[in-house]
Design a protein. Structure first.
Ligand code: HAM
Length: 420
């Protein structure tokens, strides 16, 4: 066995999966940049306080999953378990003009029990929009997530949405919920029988069957929302209807972070295992900037897991027969100089090309050409060099098996013609 493996819960992403991985980021950036979002890049590690304060001191992510360490000067740091807290910290530090609309693509680190679709290092693309509490901004962000997942080609998706109220009405709901949990504490899962008092909302997020069963009878957020939150949420739902975005209201969608206020949403893929089927989620966090020392500034955002989207895409058969980037493969039977010069010529002309190394046999080079996915092989032997021509062999597509010789000076034009 090799002495070193990727650490438990992490993965190496190699081609062709990595090509799909970067394609997702490309699709995402295109979609959000055309809606006015600019890229933000912030450090992968922060003062742990950034996450403790935002996500919640007693949240599962902070207490059980955060990677914390001391650097060589004894400073405590934490690897980011998600993107929102760092982006909001950067907003508070730099105070860009509002509305500030930012997007990111980042690894996130959580010490979770690894399984398919759940990793200790996963990757997210996401957006954060700060500076407006307009419900149409909620609609905009949800539409971006929905649009991105459709751009990727996913079809089996369910969007759930809820309003968790605000500082005004949330405490009222929490006390009604606490009353309900007090009466029904015996029916809760083992962990929550002890801990529900610390934060009753966490029970709504619990995946264990006892809590899930009891939840059906629990009081609902919608019956405790204040007028302002109800008006806000009605306008969000109206906007989604207007854009033709299908959703389901889920009165118990709370998500695992303390920073959420009002709108929360999550998209699940029905082709994934239910324990790890969320392909994206987010919500409003109108009090978060203040928690991180900034002026009161409303905000909303979401993130989508790249690995989950890839898994869902595979399950939906989206990546079958995906084309290779390489279109020309140079087969050189004269020792390698021709391949060196012709691949350079092709690449300078904007034609993706590759070659074999180490002066391999014709058969081995043709096998490699086929594996590369190239449409065309350029073959050069002693005869071609002498007559200053190149043999072009079409490997796949409508003209497959076509073969001809072309003068070297006409090569680029002819290759482009055959590829068109
Ligand atoms: P989150 O729901 O924790 O939200 O993560 C976002 C997405 O990352 C999930 O929907 C899922 O696709 C993926 N994901 C999460 N954990 C893992 C894991 N262990 N392995 C693989 N994929 C995973 C957030 O992180 C919030 N910051 C989203 C947000 C942005 N809210 C407001 N703005």
């Amino acid at each position: 066995m090799n002495p070193f493996q990727a650490p438990t819960g992490t993965r190496d992403v190699l081609d062709p999966e990595s090509a799909r991985f970067s394609l997702l980021i490309e699709r995402f950036s295109k979609r959000v940049q055309q809606a006015g979002y600019g890229l933000v890049i912030s450090p992968m590690f922060e003062d742990p306080g950034v996450f403790n304060r935002s996500i919640g001191e007693d949240s599962e992510v902070v207490t059980k999953e955060m990677y914390e360490f001391e650097d060589k000067s004894g400073r405590r740091l934490a690897l980011r378990p998600e993107g929102t807290a760092s982006v909001v910290r950067a907003f508070v530090q730099h105070r860009p003009q509002i509305p500030w609309k930012a997007w990111y693509a980042t690894p996130a680190f959580r010490y979770e029990r690894p399984q398919a679709g759940r990793y200790r290092q996963h990757h997210q693309v996401g957006v954060e929009a700060l500076g407006s509490d307009d419900p149409d901004l909620d609609v905009e962000t949800i539409a971006l997530l929905d649009g991105y997942l459709r751009d990727v080609g996913l079809r089996s998706l369910d969007l759930r949405i809820n309003s968790m109220g605000d500082a005004n009405c949330r405490p009222g709901y929490e006390s009604v919920l606490a009353g309900f949990l007090e009466t029904n504490a015996d029916a809760l899962c083992k962990e929550h029988q002890e801990s529900w008092r610390k934060n009753p909302l966490r029970v709504l997020d619990c995946k264990r069957s006892e809590c899930v069963d009891l939840r059906v009878m629990a009081p609902r957020f919608r019956d405790s929302l204040c007028d302002a939150c109800t008006t806000h949420f009605d306008r969000v739902l109206l906007g989604l209807d207007a854009l033709g975005i299908v959703y389901e209201r889920d009165d118990f969608l709370v998500r695992g972070f303390d920073y959420y206020t009002r709108t929360t949403f999550e998209v699940a893929s029905s082709v994934l295992d239910s324990a790890q089927n969320a392909v994206g989620g987010g919500g409003r966090y109108d009090g978060l900037t203040e928690l991180l020392g900034g002026p009161a500034t409303p905000g909303i955002g979401f993130a989508s897991g790249i690995e989950r989207v890839l898994l869902a895409g595979e399950a939906e058969g989206l990546f079958d027969g995906q084309e290779s980037l390489i279109v020309v493969f140079v087969v050189d039977l004269t020792g390698g100089e021709q391949a060196r010069d012709l691949t350079h010529l092709m690449r300078e002309a904007g034609i993706a090309s590759d070659r074999a190394f180490d002066d391999r046999s014709l058969k081995a080079q043709l096998r490699q050409a086929d594996r590369s996915g190239a449409t065309i092989a350029l073959i050069v032997g002693a005869d071609e060099v002498e007559r200053d021509v190149i043999t072009i062999k079409v490997l796949r597509g409508a003209r497959a098996h076509h073969q001809e010789q072309t003068p070297r000076e006409a090569l680029i034009g002819r290759v482009k013609e055959l590829l068109s």
